[in-house]
Design a protein around this ligand. Structure first.
Ligand code: JHZ
Length: 395
Protein backbone atom coordinates (compact mmCIF):
# COMPACT_ATOMS: atom_id res chain seq x y z
CA UNK A 1 0.00 0.00 0.00
CA UNK A 2 2.89 2.36 0.67
CA UNK A 3 3.54 2.58 -3.06
CA UNK A 4 0.10 3.98 -3.81
CA UNK A 5 -0.17 7.74 -4.25
CA UNK A 6 -3.50 9.49 -4.69
CA UNK A 7 -3.28 12.14 -7.40
CA UNK A 8 -6.84 13.00 -8.42
CA UNK A 9 -10.13 13.47 -6.58
CA UNK A 10 -13.21 13.42 -8.83
CA UNK A 11 -15.62 13.94 -5.96
CA UNK A 12 -18.73 11.93 -5.23
CA UNK A 13 -19.98 9.88 -8.16
CA UNK A 14 -22.85 7.43 -8.77
CA UNK A 15 -22.30 4.09 -10.54
CA UNK A 16 -21.76 5.22 -14.13
CA UNK A 17 -24.01 2.79 -16.00
CA UNK A 18 -26.77 2.77 -13.41
CA UNK A 19 -29.35 4.75 -15.43
CA UNK A 20 -32.28 5.67 -13.23
CA UNK A 21 -35.95 5.17 -13.97
CA UNK A 22 -38.02 8.35 -14.37
CA UNK A 23 -39.93 7.37 -11.22
CA UNK A 24 -36.65 7.67 -9.30
CA UNK A 25 -36.24 11.36 -10.16
CA UNK A 26 -36.77 12.50 -6.58
CA UNK A 27 -35.03 9.54 -4.94
CA UNK A 28 -31.62 10.18 -3.40
CA UNK A 29 -29.02 8.23 -5.31
CA UNK A 30 -26.04 6.54 -3.67
CA UNK A 31 -22.76 8.24 -4.48
CA UNK A 32 -19.23 7.10 -3.83
CA UNK A 33 -15.81 8.73 -3.65
CA UNK A 34 -13.88 8.58 -6.91
CA UNK A 35 -10.17 8.96 -6.22
CA UNK A 36 -7.38 7.93 -8.53
CA UNK A 37 -4.13 6.26 -7.51
CA UNK A 38 -0.66 5.81 -9.01
CA UNK A 39 1.45 2.87 -7.96
CA UNK A 40 5.05 4.10 -7.73
CA UNK A 41 6.41 0.56 -8.11
CA UNK A 42 4.33 -1.01 -10.89
CA UNK A 43 3.29 2.38 -12.48
CA UNK A 44 -0.27 1.08 -12.56
CA UNK A 45 -3.07 3.67 -12.38
CA UNK A 46 -6.27 2.56 -10.64
CA UNK A 47 -9.32 3.88 -8.85
CA UNK A 48 -9.30 3.72 -5.05
CA UNK A 49 -12.77 2.48 -4.14
CA UNK A 50 -14.09 -0.41 -6.17
CA UNK A 51 -17.31 -2.39 -6.49
CA UNK A 52 -18.05 -6.05 -7.05
CA UNK A 53 -18.46 -7.23 -10.65
CA UNK A 54 -21.99 -8.35 -9.80
CA UNK A 55 -22.93 -4.82 -8.77
CA UNK A 56 -21.65 -3.36 -12.05
CA UNK A 57 -22.17 -6.08 -14.63
CA UNK A 58 -25.50 -7.83 -14.35
CA UNK A 59 -28.64 -8.55 -16.35
CA UNK A 60 -29.50 -4.85 -16.60
CA UNK A 61 -26.32 -3.65 -18.25
CA UNK A 62 -27.16 -1.04 -20.92
CA UNK A 63 -23.96 -0.58 -22.96
CA UNK A 64 -23.88 -2.05 -26.48
CA UNK A 65 -20.71 -1.81 -28.53
CA UNK A 66 -22.67 -2.08 -31.78
CA UNK A 67 -24.15 1.43 -31.24
CA UNK A 68 -21.21 3.00 -33.08
CA UNK A 69 -20.24 2.37 -36.68
CA UNK A 70 -16.68 3.40 -35.72
CA UNK A 71 -16.48 0.45 -33.30
CA UNK A 72 -18.00 -1.96 -35.81
CA UNK A 73 -15.45 -1.05 -38.45
CA UNK A 74 -12.59 -1.19 -35.93
CA UNK A 75 -13.65 -4.75 -34.97
CA UNK A 76 -13.98 -5.71 -38.62
CA UNK A 77 -10.52 -4.40 -39.46
CA UNK A 78 -8.95 -6.33 -36.58
CA UNK A 79 -10.88 -9.48 -37.53
CA UNK A 80 -9.53 -9.30 -41.09
CA UNK A 81 -6.01 -8.85 -39.72
CA UNK A 82 -6.46 -11.85 -37.38
CA UNK A 83 -7.77 -14.04 -40.22
CA UNK A 84 -4.88 -13.04 -42.48
CA UNK A 85 -1.96 -13.12 -40.03
CA UNK A 86 -2.83 -15.49 -37.18
CA UNK A 87 -5.40 -17.82 -38.78
CA UNK A 88 -6.69 -19.07 -35.40
CA UNK A 89 -8.50 -22.38 -35.04
CA UNK A 90 -10.38 -21.17 -31.97
CA UNK A 91 -11.05 -17.63 -30.70
CA UNK A 92 -12.20 -16.79 -27.20
CA UNK A 93 -13.52 -13.31 -26.48
CA UNK A 94 -13.63 -12.12 -22.87
CA UNK A 95 -16.39 -9.50 -22.60
CA UNK A 96 -18.06 -10.14 -25.94
CA UNK A 97 -20.88 -7.65 -25.26
CA UNK A 98 -23.43 -7.93 -28.13
CA UNK A 99 -21.05 -9.86 -30.39
CA UNK A 100 -19.85 -6.91 -32.47
CA UNK A 101 -16.39 -8.51 -32.80
CA UNK A 102 -17.30 -12.20 -32.80
CA UNK A 103 -19.84 -11.78 -35.58
CA UNK A 104 -16.94 -11.31 -38.02
CA UNK A 105 -16.00 -14.99 -37.57
CA UNK A 106 -17.76 -18.24 -38.28
CA UNK A 107 -19.76 -19.65 -35.39
CA UNK A 108 -17.78 -22.88 -35.12
CA UNK A 109 -14.51 -21.17 -34.20
CA UNK A 110 -15.69 -18.70 -31.55
CA UNK A 111 -16.51 -18.67 -27.84
CA UNK A 112 -17.93 -15.57 -26.20
CA UNK A 113 -17.91 -14.70 -22.50
CA UNK A 114 -20.33 -11.98 -21.43
CA UNK A 115 -21.59 -11.91 -17.83
CA UNK A 116 -24.38 -9.40 -18.58
CA UNK A 117 -27.03 -11.91 -19.63
CA UNK A 118 -29.36 -9.30 -21.19
CA UNK A 119 -26.59 -8.59 -23.71
CA UNK A 120 -25.08 -12.07 -23.93
CA UNK A 121 -28.39 -13.46 -25.19
CA UNK A 122 -28.23 -11.22 -28.28
CA UNK A 123 -25.18 -13.13 -29.55
CA UNK A 124 -26.48 -16.48 -28.30
CA UNK A 125 -29.72 -16.00 -30.26
CA UNK A 126 -27.62 -15.59 -33.41
CA UNK A 127 -26.23 -19.08 -32.82
CA UNK A 128 -22.87 -18.26 -31.24
CA UNK A 129 -21.45 -20.23 -28.28
CA UNK A 130 -21.63 -17.70 -25.47
CA UNK A 131 -21.49 -17.96 -21.71
CA UNK A 132 -23.14 -15.49 -19.35
CA UNK A 133 -20.42 -15.94 -16.74
CA UNK A 134 -17.60 -13.94 -15.16
CA UNK A 135 -14.13 -14.63 -16.42
CA UNK A 136 -12.13 -16.80 -14.01
CA UNK A 137 -10.39 -20.10 -13.34
CA UNK A 138 -13.57 -22.13 -12.93
CA UNK A 139 -14.85 -21.04 -16.32
CA UNK A 140 -11.45 -21.42 -18.00
CA UNK A 141 -11.22 -25.04 -16.77
CA UNK A 142 -14.77 -25.77 -17.97
CA UNK A 143 -13.95 -24.36 -21.42
CA UNK A 144 -10.70 -26.34 -21.72
CA UNK A 145 -12.65 -29.53 -21.02
CA UNK A 146 -15.15 -28.70 -23.74
CA UNK A 147 -13.00 -27.07 -26.43
CA UNK A 148 -9.36 -27.76 -25.39
CA UNK A 149 -6.90 -24.87 -25.61
CA UNK A 150 -7.56 -21.79 -27.72
CA UNK A 151 -4.95 -20.11 -29.89
CA UNK A 152 -6.36 -16.60 -29.74
CA UNK A 153 -7.95 -14.66 -26.91
CA UNK A 154 -9.33 -11.18 -27.51
CA UNK A 155 -10.66 -8.75 -24.95
CA UNK A 156 -11.67 -5.13 -25.57
CA UNK A 157 -12.57 -2.79 -22.72
CA UNK A 158 -12.95 -5.63 -20.24
CA UNK A 159 -9.69 -6.63 -18.51
CA UNK A 160 -9.40 -3.13 -16.97
CA UNK A 161 -12.90 -3.68 -15.54
CA UNK A 162 -11.82 -6.65 -13.40
CA UNK A 163 -10.14 -5.88 -10.08
CA UNK A 164 -8.27 -9.13 -9.55
CA UNK A 165 -5.73 -9.05 -12.38
CA UNK A 166 -3.88 -12.00 -10.86
CA UNK A 167 -7.00 -14.13 -11.28
CA UNK A 168 -7.55 -12.77 -14.81
CA UNK A 169 -4.10 -13.67 -16.12
CA UNK A 170 -3.80 -17.00 -14.28
CA UNK A 171 -7.14 -18.02 -15.82
CA UNK A 172 -5.88 -16.99 -19.25
CA UNK A 173 -2.79 -19.17 -18.78
CA UNK A 174 -5.07 -22.17 -18.19
CA UNK A 175 -6.60 -21.99 -21.68
CA UNK A 176 -4.15 -20.17 -23.97
CA UNK A 177 -2.19 -22.58 -26.18
CA UNK A 178 1.63 -22.63 -26.09
CA UNK A 179 2.00 -20.31 -29.05
CA UNK A 180 -1.34 -18.60 -28.51
CA UNK A 181 -1.86 -14.86 -28.70
CA UNK A 182 -3.73 -12.69 -26.25
CA UNK A 183 -4.92 -9.37 -27.69
CA UNK A 184 -6.28 -6.80 -25.31
CA UNK A 185 -7.36 -3.22 -25.96
CA UNK A 186 -8.37 -0.45 -23.64
CA UNK A 187 -8.30 3.35 -23.48
CA UNK A 188 -4.72 4.53 -23.37
CA UNK A 189 -3.41 6.26 -20.28
CA UNK A 190 -1.07 8.35 -22.43
CA UNK A 191 -4.00 9.77 -24.41
CA UNK A 192 -6.04 10.27 -21.27
CA UNK A 193 -3.30 12.42 -19.74
CA UNK A 194 -2.41 14.22 -22.97
CA UNK A 195 -6.04 15.12 -23.73
CA UNK A 196 -7.18 15.69 -20.13
CA UNK A 197 -9.91 13.09 -20.57
CA UNK A 198 -10.41 12.51 -16.85
CA UNK A 199 -13.81 11.02 -17.74
CA UNK A 200 -11.99 7.77 -18.53
CA UNK A 201 -12.14 7.33 -14.76
CA UNK A 202 -15.36 5.90 -13.38
CA UNK A 203 -16.31 2.89 -11.30
CA UNK A 204 -16.04 0.40 -14.20
CA UNK A 205 -12.56 1.53 -15.21
CA UNK A 206 -10.72 0.06 -12.26
CA UNK A 207 -7.46 0.43 -14.20
CA UNK A 208 -6.36 2.63 -17.09
CA UNK A 209 -3.38 0.84 -18.62
CA UNK A 210 -0.10 2.09 -19.98
CA UNK A 211 2.28 -0.30 -21.69
CA UNK A 212 4.86 0.14 -18.94
CA UNK A 213 2.38 -0.79 -16.22
CA UNK A 214 0.92 -3.68 -18.19
CA UNK A 215 4.40 -5.10 -18.83
CA UNK A 216 5.07 -4.99 -15.08
CA UNK A 217 1.77 -6.73 -14.35
CA UNK A 218 2.03 -9.57 -16.90
CA UNK A 219 5.72 -10.32 -16.50
CA UNK A 220 5.08 -12.48 -13.43
CA UNK A 221 2.85 -14.75 -15.49
CA UNK A 222 5.62 -15.16 -18.04
CA UNK A 223 3.66 -13.14 -20.56
CA UNK A 224 5.16 -10.51 -22.83
CA UNK A 225 3.85 -7.80 -25.18
CA UNK A 226 5.12 -8.44 -28.74
CA UNK A 227 3.26 -5.77 -30.67
CA UNK A 228 1.41 -2.52 -29.94
CA UNK A 229 -1.16 -0.68 -32.03
CA UNK A 230 -2.53 2.75 -31.25
CA UNK A 231 -6.16 3.21 -32.20
CA UNK A 232 -8.42 6.24 -32.42
CA UNK A 233 -11.39 4.47 -30.84
CA UNK A 234 -12.69 5.52 -27.42
CA UNK A 235 -10.62 8.67 -27.46
CA UNK A 236 -7.39 6.81 -28.12
CA UNK A 237 -6.97 3.18 -27.19
CA UNK A 238 -3.97 0.90 -27.18
CA UNK A 239 -4.12 -2.65 -28.45
CA UNK A 240 -1.54 -4.96 -26.87
CA UNK A 241 -0.56 -8.24 -28.55
CA UNK A 242 0.72 -10.62 -25.89
CA UNK A 243 2.45 -14.00 -25.99
CA UNK A 244 4.00 -16.43 -23.56
CA UNK A 245 7.68 -15.57 -22.97
CA UNK A 246 8.56 -19.10 -24.10
CA UNK A 247 6.94 -18.58 -27.51
CA UNK A 248 9.30 -17.60 -30.32
CA UNK A 249 7.08 -14.91 -31.86
CA UNK A 250 9.22 -11.89 -32.76
CA UNK A 251 8.92 -8.79 -30.60
CA UNK A 252 8.11 -5.89 -32.91
CA UNK A 253 9.56 -2.39 -32.83
CA UNK A 254 6.19 -0.90 -31.95
CA UNK A 255 6.68 -2.12 -28.35
CA UNK A 256 9.90 -0.21 -27.83
CA UNK A 257 8.46 2.85 -29.58
CA UNK A 258 5.43 2.90 -27.29
CA UNK A 259 7.56 2.36 -24.18
CA UNK A 260 9.82 5.26 -25.16
CA UNK A 261 6.84 7.53 -25.85
CA UNK A 262 5.36 6.78 -22.43
CA UNK A 263 8.67 7.32 -20.60
CA UNK A 264 9.27 10.55 -22.52
CA UNK A 265 5.85 11.84 -21.43
CA UNK A 266 6.65 10.81 -17.84
CA UNK A 267 4.07 8.08 -17.26
CA UNK A 268 6.55 6.54 -14.81
CA UNK A 269 6.70 9.65 -12.61
CA UNK A 270 4.20 10.95 -10.06
CA UNK A 271 4.85 14.58 -11.01
CA UNK A 272 3.21 13.92 -14.41
CA UNK A 273 0.02 12.82 -12.66
CA UNK A 274 0.08 15.76 -10.29
CA UNK A 275 0.22 18.25 -13.15
CA UNK A 276 -2.58 16.33 -14.93
CA UNK A 277 -4.66 16.79 -11.79
CA UNK A 278 -4.07 20.56 -11.89
CA UNK A 279 -5.21 20.67 -15.53
CA UNK A 280 -8.35 18.72 -14.63
CA UNK A 281 -9.24 21.25 -11.91
CA UNK A 282 -8.70 24.12 -14.39
CA UNK A 283 -10.80 22.39 -17.02
CA UNK A 284 -13.62 21.96 -14.53
CA UNK A 285 -13.66 25.73 -13.95
CA UNK A 286 -13.59 26.43 -17.70
CA UNK A 287 -16.44 24.05 -18.47
CA UNK A 288 -18.64 25.50 -15.72
CA UNK A 289 -17.88 29.00 -17.06
CA UNK A 290 -19.00 28.02 -20.57
CA UNK A 291 -22.28 26.60 -19.27
CA UNK A 292 -22.89 29.66 -17.07
CA UNK A 293 -22.35 32.09 -19.97
CA UNK A 294 -24.72 30.13 -22.23
CA UNK A 295 -27.32 29.80 -19.50
CA UNK A 296 -27.20 33.55 -18.84
CA UNK A 297 -27.94 34.05 -22.55
CA UNK A 298 -30.87 31.63 -22.27
CA UNK A 299 -29.42 29.24 -24.84
CA UNK A 300 -31.06 25.87 -25.35
CA UNK A 301 -28.51 23.13 -24.53
CA UNK A 302 -28.86 19.36 -24.84
CA UNK A 303 -26.40 16.45 -24.53
CA UNK A 304 -25.49 13.91 -27.23
CA UNK A 305 -24.47 10.37 -26.26
CA UNK A 306 -25.35 9.56 -22.64
CA UNK A 307 -21.98 7.93 -22.01
CA UNK A 308 -20.61 6.52 -18.78
CA UNK A 309 -17.94 9.18 -19.26
CA UNK A 310 -20.56 11.97 -19.21
CA UNK A 311 -21.52 10.84 -15.72
CA UNK A 312 -18.00 11.55 -14.45
CA UNK A 313 -17.79 14.98 -16.13
CA UNK A 314 -21.22 16.26 -15.20
CA UNK A 315 -21.18 15.02 -11.60
CA UNK A 316 -17.66 16.38 -11.10
CA UNK A 317 -18.66 19.78 -12.53
CA UNK A 318 -22.12 19.69 -10.93
CA UNK A 319 -23.85 20.35 -14.25
CA UNK A 320 -27.44 19.22 -13.96
CA UNK A 321 -30.80 19.39 -15.66
CA UNK A 322 -30.99 23.19 -15.25
CA UNK A 323 -28.14 23.44 -17.79
CA UNK A 324 -28.74 20.43 -20.04
CA UNK A 325 -32.40 19.85 -20.92
CA UNK A 326 -31.95 16.24 -22.03
CA UNK A 327 -29.55 13.81 -23.70
CA UNK A 328 -30.11 12.15 -27.05
CA UNK A 329 -29.00 8.52 -27.26
CA UNK A 330 -29.48 5.61 -29.64
CA UNK A 331 -29.31 2.92 -26.92
CA UNK A 332 -32.71 1.43 -26.15
CA UNK A 333 -31.87 0.55 -22.55
CA UNK A 334 -30.85 4.14 -21.77
CA UNK A 335 -33.83 5.86 -23.39
CA UNK A 336 -36.55 7.26 -21.11
CA UNK A 337 -34.17 6.94 -18.18
CA UNK A 338 -32.10 9.49 -16.26
CA UNK A 339 -28.35 10.03 -16.40
CA UNK A 340 -26.86 8.78 -13.09
CA UNK A 341 -26.37 11.46 -10.45
CA UNK A 342 -27.44 14.47 -12.47
CA UNK A 343 -30.82 12.90 -13.38
CA UNK A 344 -30.83 14.50 -16.82
CA UNK A 345 -33.51 12.73 -18.94
CA UNK A 346 -32.36 10.59 -21.87
CA UNK A 347 -34.47 10.81 -25.00
CA UNK A 348 -34.56 8.46 -27.98
CA UNK A 349 -32.50 9.71 -30.92
CA UNK A 350 -34.86 9.95 -33.85
CA UNK A 351 -32.45 11.21 -36.50
CA UNK A 352 -30.99 14.68 -36.34
CA UNK A 353 -30.75 17.33 -33.63
CA UNK A 354 -34.00 19.32 -33.21
CA UNK A 355 -34.00 22.75 -34.87
CA UNK A 356 -34.58 24.80 -31.72
CA UNK A 357 -31.37 23.57 -30.07
CA UNK A 358 -28.45 26.04 -29.95
CA UNK A 359 -25.70 23.99 -28.24
CA UNK A 360 -24.98 20.31 -27.83
CA UNK A 361 -22.72 18.93 -25.09
CA UNK A 362 -20.83 16.09 -26.73
CA UNK A 363 -20.97 13.26 -24.19
CA UNK A 364 -19.76 10.81 -26.85
CA UNK A 365 -16.81 13.05 -27.84
CA UNK A 366 -14.88 9.89 -28.68
CA UNK A 367 -17.18 9.48 -31.71
CA UNK A 368 -16.88 13.12 -32.76
CA UNK A 369 -16.03 12.31 -36.39
CA UNK A 370 -18.93 9.89 -36.76
CA UNK A 371 -21.38 12.25 -35.05
CA UNK A 372 -20.30 15.40 -36.94
CA UNK A 373 -20.81 13.53 -40.19
CA UNK A 374 -24.28 12.51 -39.10
CA UNK A 375 -25.22 15.98 -37.82
CA UNK A 376 -24.03 18.01 -40.80
CA UNK A 377 -27.36 19.78 -41.05
CA UNK A 378 -27.23 21.05 -37.46
CA UNK A 379 -23.67 22.35 -38.01
CA UNK A 380 -24.58 24.01 -41.35
CA UNK A 381 -27.52 25.71 -39.63
CA UNK A 382 -25.13 27.29 -37.11
CA UNK A 383 -25.53 24.72 -34.32
CA UNK A 384 -22.50 24.38 -32.01
CA UNK A 385 -21.05 21.66 -29.82
CA UNK A 386 -19.52 21.94 -26.36
CA UNK A 387 -16.56 19.63 -25.82
CA UNK A 388 -14.41 19.21 -22.70
CA UNK A 389 -11.23 17.82 -24.27
CA UNK A 390 -8.36 18.77 -24.41
CA UNK A 391 -9.73 22.04 -22.98
CA UNK A 392 -13.40 22.95 -22.67
CA UNK A 393 -14.55 24.90 -25.70
CA UNK A 394 -17.34 25.55 -28.16
CA UNK A 395 -16.76 24.11 -31.62
P1 JHZ B 1 -19.31 5.06 -25.47
C1 JHZ B 1 -18.90 2.23 -22.08
O1 JHZ B 1 -18.53 3.58 -21.81
C2 JHZ B 1 -18.74 1.44 -20.82
P2 JHZ B 1 -19.27 4.82 -22.51
C3 JHZ B 1 -17.54 0.58 -20.73
N1 JHZ B 1 -17.08 0.59 -19.37
C4 JHZ B 1 -16.40 1.00 -21.58
O2 JHZ B 1 -15.27 0.77 -21.28
C5 JHZ B 1 -16.71 1.65 -22.88
O3 JHZ B 1 -18.07 1.72 -23.10
C6 JHZ B 1 -16.10 0.91 -24.01
C7 JHZ B 1 -24.41 6.78 -27.89
N2 JHZ B 1 -24.31 7.20 -29.28
O4 JHZ B 1 -19.05 3.98 -26.42
C8 JHZ B 1 -24.36 5.30 -27.65
C9 JHZ B 1 -25.36 7.90 -29.86
O5 JHZ B 1 -26.39 8.15 -29.22
O6 JHZ B 1 -18.51 6.27 -25.61
C10 JHZ B 1 -23.77 5.21 -26.29
O7 JHZ B 1 -24.76 5.35 -25.30
N3 JHZ B 1 -25.23 8.28 -31.16
C11 JHZ B 1 -17.86 -0.82 -21.12
O8 JHZ B 1 -20.72 4.79 -22.19
C12 JHZ B 1 -22.83 6.42 -26.22
O9 JHZ B 1 -23.31 7.34 -27.17
C13 JHZ B 1 -24.11 8.03 -31.90
O10 JHZ B 1 -24.05 8.42 -33.07
O11 JHZ B 1 -18.52 6.03 -22.12
C14 JHZ B 1 -21.41 6.08 -26.55
O12 JHZ B 1 -20.85 5.42 -25.46
C15 JHZ B 1 -23.04 7.34 -31.28
C16 JHZ B 1 -21.76 7.06 -32.05
C17 JHZ B 1 -23.18 6.94 -29.96
O13 JHZ B 1 -19.04 4.41 -24.05
Amino acid sequence: MKNLIEFLDLGLQPLANNYQKKSQKKKKEKKYKLKILFDKKSKLVSIKDTFSSKMMFNNKYPYRSSMSSTMLSSFKKLSNEIKKIYKPKKILEIGSNDGSFLRNFSKDITIGIEPCSNIEKITKKKGYDTYAEYWGKKLAKKLVKKYQNVDLIYSANTITHIKNLDHVFRSILLILSKNGKLIIEDPSLLNCLKNNTYDQFYNEHIYVFSLIALENVISKYNLQVFKVQNLEVHGGSTRYFIKRKSSKIKIENSVKQQRNKEIKFGLDKIKTYKSFSKRVINNKKKLIKIFNILKAKDKKIIGYGATAKSTTILNYCNIKNDYISYFLDTTKDKQNKLLPGTKIPIVKYQGGIPKKIDFVFLGAWNFKKEIFKKEKKFILNGGKFIIHTPVPKII
